[in-house]
Design a protein around this ligand. Sequence first.
Ligand code: UDP
Ligand code: MG
Length: 345
Amino acid sequence: MSNIRKLHVPLRSETRAPTLSLLIPVYNEVEVLPHCYARLRSVLDELDLRYELVFVDDGSVDGSSDALAALACTQANIKLVRLSRNFGKEAALTAGLQHCAGAAVITLDADMQDPPELIPDMVRAWRAGADIVRMRRRSRAGDPWHKRLSAHLYYRLLNWLSDVPIPEDTGDFRLMSARAVQALLQLPERSRYMKGLFAWIGLPTTELLYERHARAAGKTKWNYRGLLGLAIEGITSFSIKPLRWASGLGLLVAGTGLTYGLFIAAKTLLYGEAVHGYPSLVAIIAFLGGMQLITMGLLGEYVGKTYMETKQRPIYLIRDVLQSSTQSAADKHTSSTEQYHHVQH
Ligand code: UDP
Ligand code: MG
């Protein structure tokens, strides 16, 4: 990673550094890319500021990678960071942030669920002093009811557990100032639960509401298993309260068991009642066994997390970085005179 940055820095001259970087993670989005690119350009060309488009190809296998490379080699103000394989959206975003040169960065999805038409509003909020402009969806129009319900319940649980408030219905559509990007990149953890990391950073934050529509084309990359994984990741990354609860629960169950034991002993001694109740014994043993397995699993979750973090592996690996040398908005559409840099690793 470090040698990429060394190569990357001389490619941009400070005076021509863009004001705004648009960061778009892409994984198998070949169907939506032309639409995405056209819509972004039409919005951004209206704005009177220098910008760059930073695409991160997260190991696509459907031709997105070639389509993006063709764009990066023929159009101005495009940077393409290609990862060595699919690392997941959060890692792709981290990789992209390392390559954004703008004074502000906006992350948005390639499927246009995050409407680029809101970019001017976000820039306005940033200029008014916000370091982070997070976009909160007003409704989840494209989602089925069970996804909506589980998302709602999950956020309730997460916020109950977490020390920092993690905003509900906020995805990865947000603007961040260079200061916020620097702060985020300082956080070294391998498991990158972005919403939580941004909540942890703090800094002046503005929230804007927006209508999130269904995907422009193609299919979502998420399934319930993946979402469950992300949900557990969110909780275990931002709270160790479940571990404390496990101890609390252990104390409670042990206390109850002891009291019950004393009660039975007293009853036998005082009244001479025989101890009976094999079925209740089985039920109690099964209950305790289950509780022990659950808490062991919980413990394992945190131990596993510690194990992954101690390996200190990089969050992502870059295959290559493509960019045209023309980085200024004023130079756009002058591709005949452009030269291209292809940084191979
Ligand atoms: N994405 C990615 N890597 C992945 C999965 C998704 O970079 O492993 C990108 C994807 O191309 C899209 C964005 O993340 O630009 C959001 O993905 P998707 O639309 O599938 O998620 P959803 O909107 O359903 O939450
Ligand atoms: Mg989507």
